[in-house]
Design a binder for this molecule. Sequence first.
Ligand SMILES: [Zn+2]
Length: 252
Amino acid sequence: GLQPGYMSPMGADKPDNETFFVLVDPSAMNVPNGVTGANKAGYHYQNVNPSRDFQNVTVTTIRNMVAGDSCPHCGAPVEIVRGIEVGQVFELGTKYSEALHATFLDQNGKAKPYVMGCYGIGVTRTIAAAIEQFHDEHGIMWPVAIAPFEVAIVPVSSKDQDQVRIAGDLYQALKAAKADVLLDDRNERAGVKFNDADLIGYPVRVTVGKKSAAEGTVEIKIRRTGEQEVVAIDQAVARVQEILADLRSKNM
Ligand SMILES: [Zn+2]
């Protein structure tokens, strides 16, 4: 009996049809002298007062909560924040233990099915959530704990034998020191390698350049903060470990 374009809760109740019902938000119930359709094409009702004119309706809060609404439990204003589900728990009860006859003996020596639960942690969504929170316009800024590699060594020129040797030695030394290290030995321009290092987001980058052979130094860059420092090659392993420990301690 509803007329599209002129629908109304008035005269819409169909007692013979149990699947038909009208839900009204409490705020709508308080509208004074409102207008509704009349369930007849081209007609409306004026001066509708829901508490007087609506019959057989269920009054319930049906709209989405918005920031500032009162908490239904304590009345305090609600604050809305974004979240992401990284895991979940399920209560399985005895459904599977009964089916599998998985039992234990209780204090009376009677066999009882285990009460089971399970949990899951979404690995891929955790990765996605971490990237969502830790990135900038250049790419990912991995927290050390989940970085694919903790430190990347980038020789500026893969054709410079001194740079290749120093980078290779540093790579072996960091590996021996149990650092999770990557050596970018691709024959690419320095800019490409730097951009890729930022994009992939290794927490620490060690750059081996012309000065490494000439002055015995390398440059260390922290991806998260952008801080750079120049250290002596023989200090590099200790300094990288120090930086990684510091980042870890700050959950960075
Ligand atoms: Zn509350």
